[in-house]
Design a protein around this ligand. Sequence first.
Ligand SMILES: Nc1nc2c(c(=O)[nH]1)N[C@H]1C(S)=C(S)[C@@H](COP(=O)(O)OP(=O)(O)OC[C@H]3O[C@@H](n4cnc5c(=O)[nH]c(N)nc54)[C@H](O)[C@@H]3O)O[C@H]1N2
Ligand SMILES: Nc1nc2c(c(=O)[nH]1)N[C@H]1C(S)=C(S)[C@@H](COP(=O)(O)OP(=O)(O)OC[C@H]3O[C@@H](n4cnc5c(=O)[nH]c(N)nc54)[C@H](O)[C@@H]3O)O[C@H]1N2
Ligand code: SF4
Ligand SMILES: [Mo]
Length: 685
Amino acid sequence: MGRKVKVICPYCGVGCGFYISVDDYGNPVGIEHMPEHPVNRGKLCPKGRSALDVLRAPDRLTKPLKRTESGEFKEISWSDAIREVAENLNNVRKEYGPQAVGFLASARVFNEENYAMQKLARVFGTNNIDHCARLCHAPSLAGLSATVGAGAMTAPFEDIAASNFILIWGYNPAETHPILMGQYILKAKEKGAKIAVVDTRCTRTAWHADYFIPIKPGTDLAVIYAMINVIIQEKLYDEKFVKERVERFDDLARFVSKYTPEYAESVSGAPAHLIRQVAREFAKAGKASICWCMGITQHTKGTNNVIGLATLAAICGYYGKEGCAVAPVRGQNNVQGACDMGALPVFLPGYARVIDAEKRKKVASAWGLDDLPAEPGYTVIEMSYAAEQGKLKAMYIMGENPLISDANANHVRKALEHLDFLVVQDIFLTETAQLADIVLPSACWAEKEGSFTNTERRVQWSFKAVEPPGEAKPDWVIITEIAKALGLERFFPYTRVEDITAEINKVVPQYAGITAERLKNSIGGILWPCPSPDHPGTARLHVEKFATPSGKFNTQTPEYTDPAEKPDEQYPLILTTFRYVGQYHTATMTHRSVHLRKRWPEPVAEIHPETARKYGVRDGGLIKIITRRGEYTCRVKVTNLIAKDVVAVPWHFGANVLTNDALDPVAKIPETKVCACKVVPVEER
Ligand SMILES: Nc1nc2c(c(=O)[nH]1)N[C@H]1C(S)=C(S)[C@@H](COP(=O)(O)OP(=O)(O)OC[C@H]3O[C@@H](n4cnc5c(=O)[nH]c(N)nc54)[C@H](O)[C@@H]3O)O[C@H]1N2
Ligand SMILES: Nc1nc2c(c(=O)[nH]1)N[C@H]1C(S)=C(S)[C@@H](COP(=O)(O)OP(=O)(O)OC[C@H]3O[C@@H](n4cnc5c(=O)[nH]c(N)nc54)[C@H](O)[C@@H]3O)O[C@H]1N2
Ligand code: SF4
Ligand SMILES: [Mo]
């Protein structure tokens, strides 16, 4: 007989639903499509289709592990593991204060689990809580908060499908969000929409585009301003919208006058005539969307890039109406939720700023306290530097693999090795876990239940399909046990995951009406903001006014400046990084799927034929890529689908030993999309 259990895909932020069929013995025997799901309508990409391989992987963590004197791991009991974690964290707090402990939450676990983790950090006494959104869309949160007052996507996927023009910038959804590409972007194209892609590589997304604008890494803002310049010069902007809803438009018009398409071409290599043509068509489309991702954000100027794109949409009036989405498409399946839950060093749940005393005290009082720590905490990369400098003594990392995912990975290794105590909670013994003093085994998505929030702000329940392997436990259970051992039990009165959902309903205003009961009874979930249990949820934001204090678009005009590292004689090329459709991040999960591993077995860097000739690089050969921070050897493909003098490398397997950890001053994201490098061919015997 068996059963069919509804789950949400454990990979990307599109948030596809499917069923797992479970046999009478409790084994996951297959995936069944869910045609009634409003997002993916029964479709799945290669990662979703292979998701069960994670549940069946033979090397899942099944017992807590402790590092012994000799450096080996030995299995220990849960009670010993929890006691050791609590003792060590308490000792560090006693000796150095709570600011000497850092916590990393996870965009891969449920809202309830992220909520519990950030609450643990704060009642422990610190805002040192962050997660991979820092390496990802932190500039989108910062840049959109500054201009429109809210950091999330402004409209659902349906509005992208209803656009007449889709501008895709630094984003390759054909590989990174395939269901959004197939079900929405290409649906718009079928109905006659035009597509423009701005990228350093002529990607699989670009193959579907009407216009492809090639660009040198890190020069985007000059091109964005040139488009704004053309639209203003040629009076193609939406006069009514600008008059009613945009502040300081005249300043903007004066500011962009120097950013001519010819100037932008000289900086970026993007042809001026294409900049003009795309700007004109975008402005004249009437209904248009801008979708961006890591090509825009992973820069020291990431926040400024986002401000530029938000402004481009604002002068054309592309907010709050049908067919218009301003879309920082979120990466991980619960990165939107982890941010909403306050797993960030400057924001409490619901984006209450830790420095805002009134809002902070409101959260404190909901938790039965007078106040909470007010000092903003360390971000991900800052934690490494604090560890190296001895300011951070212990870390508790849940569901992240910074040794592979953080920029300047050699530095991260040194920093983590320098800690007095490291606990890592994961489903596999990752590279990061191998450095831990204690490793805690988690149940993964289909082995527990809770809510995920996709990039549209769609909150959905994912049910438990199978039992976890061995003694692995849900993350929220582990956090609750650690909290109790730390003497913080009064803040963690949870016996079921729904107890935490109910607390989220009380503390996070955007989630007030999104109860566990409602979520369990709906296939497509509810989009926040949803202020009460009888509210249907909100698909489109900024319909009448923006979420800024004045209600208007807050125009800002940061100048274009170059990336932190420019090519020079010693390092004459530019390095950038990208993803494969069949590998996910640090590959902990995708590399355990035989099918995905076979098809995407290793990183293959890309280089232009002229650049290859100049440096003696042969198609299919091995190269060593060298930067100021490290060396990385991989195979290379010589292709004219990439700009000259650029090397692009997939980062899934360790290329972050090369990348630059210079930070955007506002969003604190490292510049993983551009640094200077050189390449040398490696002789194979
Ligand atoms: N298969 C797969 N899907 C994923 C993920 C995964 O690891 N694998 N990860 C998920 C996550 S967390 C995220 S955040 C998203 C990321 O999704 P994307 O942002 O689409 O992923 P990337 O391939 O890292 O970068 C996108 C593009 O930016 C281009 N680029 C590089 N530098 C620049 C630049 O300076 N300017 C411009 N304009 N373009 C540039 C690259 O050539 C690349 O094609 O994907 C999500 N989906
Ligand atoms: N050079 C370069 N570097 C990048 C990027 C880039 O484009 N270029 N992209 C950046 C981006 S956008 C992101 S989002 C980050 C991602 O960085 P990370 O979040 O560090 O990468 P993941 O591999 O997704 O790590 C998630 C971990 O969670 C574990 N896990 C899965 N499910 C569970 C669970 O239920 N419980 C627990 N406890 N663990 C679980 C997985 O095994 C894995 O080890 O990388 C960033 N790094
Ligand atoms: S598009 Fe994203 S959510 Fe959908 S199946 Fe693929 S990885 Fe999963
Ligand atoms: Mo991401």
